[in-house]
Design a protein around this ligand. Structure first.
Ligand SMILES: [Zn+2]
Length: 209
C-alpha cells in the first residue's frame, strides 16, 4: 500500500465528524463527511460528477465510472493572464490529469480497474445524503483541486482541535478501519475501497481471512 497508514482513532473520528457537520461552508461539510463515510480517493472525489449519484429509498449510491471528463483545470496560470480572464471556467483538465503518464485527451481515469465500483450510502448518513443531494442539484463538479480537498480536511481537523495532521487519505483509511471494527470482512473492505487485492484491506480487520 502506498502512503502512510495513519487513520483517525475512534474518538478522533467522532470529533472530526461532529466538527465537519457544523462547518459553515457546505462544501467543507460535504468533503469531510463524504471522505469519512465513503473512503473515496482524493482523485475520485475531485472528479465526481452529478451523474455519479443516484438517489434511492435507502439513501444514495455513488457509481464510479472507469473514466470521466476532467473539467477541473484552471487553464494557463501565472503572469501570462494579463486579461484577467476567468481561469476557473476553461474546461481543461486539472494538473493531475494533465500530468498523468497515460493521459488521453481530457480524461480522468480510475487508478485501477478495481476502483470502478458502486458505493452505497445508507440513510443513517442523512447529513451526507442531504449534502450530496444539494451538490447534485447545483454543481457540475466539485469546485476543488486535490490541494483544496486536503485544505478543507485539515481545516476541519484544526477546528476540531485534533492535534495532528489529517489528509483525505487518512480519512479513507479511517473509513476502512471503521468497517473493520464493524466486523466487515477484508473482501468487503477491498470492494468498498476499490483495492485490487486483499492485502491492503487485511490491515483493517482483526481477523484477516
Ligand atoms: Zn483531473
Amino acid at each position: 500500500m502506498t502512503g502512510k497508514l495513519n487513520p483517525l482513532t475512534s474518538t478522533q473520528s467522532q470529533i472530526f465528524e461532529t466538527t465537519a457537520e457544523d462547518a459553515d461552508e457546505p462544501i467543507r461539510r460535504l468533503v469531510g463527511l463524504c471522505l469519512l463515510h465513503t473512503g473515496l480517493r482524493t482523485g475520485e472525489i475531485v472528479h465526481m460528477r452529478p451523474g455519479w449519484l443516484i438517489a434511492d429509498n435507502e439513501g444514495m449510491i455513488i457509481e464510479i465510472p472507469p473514466e470521466e471528463e476532467c473539467i477541473g483545470g484552471v487553464g494557463p496560470i501565472g503572469p501570462g493572464n494579463k486579461g484577467r480572464q476567468n481561469l476557473n471556467d476553461r474546461g481543461e483538465p486539472c494538473t493531475k490529469c494533465r500530468h498523468s503518464p497515460n493521459r488521453e485527451d481530457n480524461k480522468w481515469k480510475v487508478k485501477t480497474p478495481a476502483a470502478i465500483r458502486i458505493i452505497n450510502i445508507d440513510s443513517a448518513q442523512q447529513s451526507l445524503v442531504d449534502l450530496l443531494d444539494w451538490w447534485q442539484q447545483g454543481f457540475d463538479c466539485l469546485p476543488l483541486s486535490h490541494r483544496g480537498v486536503n485544505y478543507h480536511v485539515q481545516q476541519i481537523a484544526e477546528e476540531a482541535g485534533l492535534d495532528r495532521k489529517v489528509t483525505a487519505q487518512n480519512l479513507r483509511h479511517t473509513h476502512a478501519r471503521m468497517l473493520g471494527q464493524k466486523g466487515m470482512t477484508a473482501t468487503h473492505i477491498m470492494a468498498r475501497l476499490g483495492y485490487s487485492s486483499l492485502g491492503p484491506a487485511q490491515q483493517f480487520v482483526s481477523d484477516p481471512k
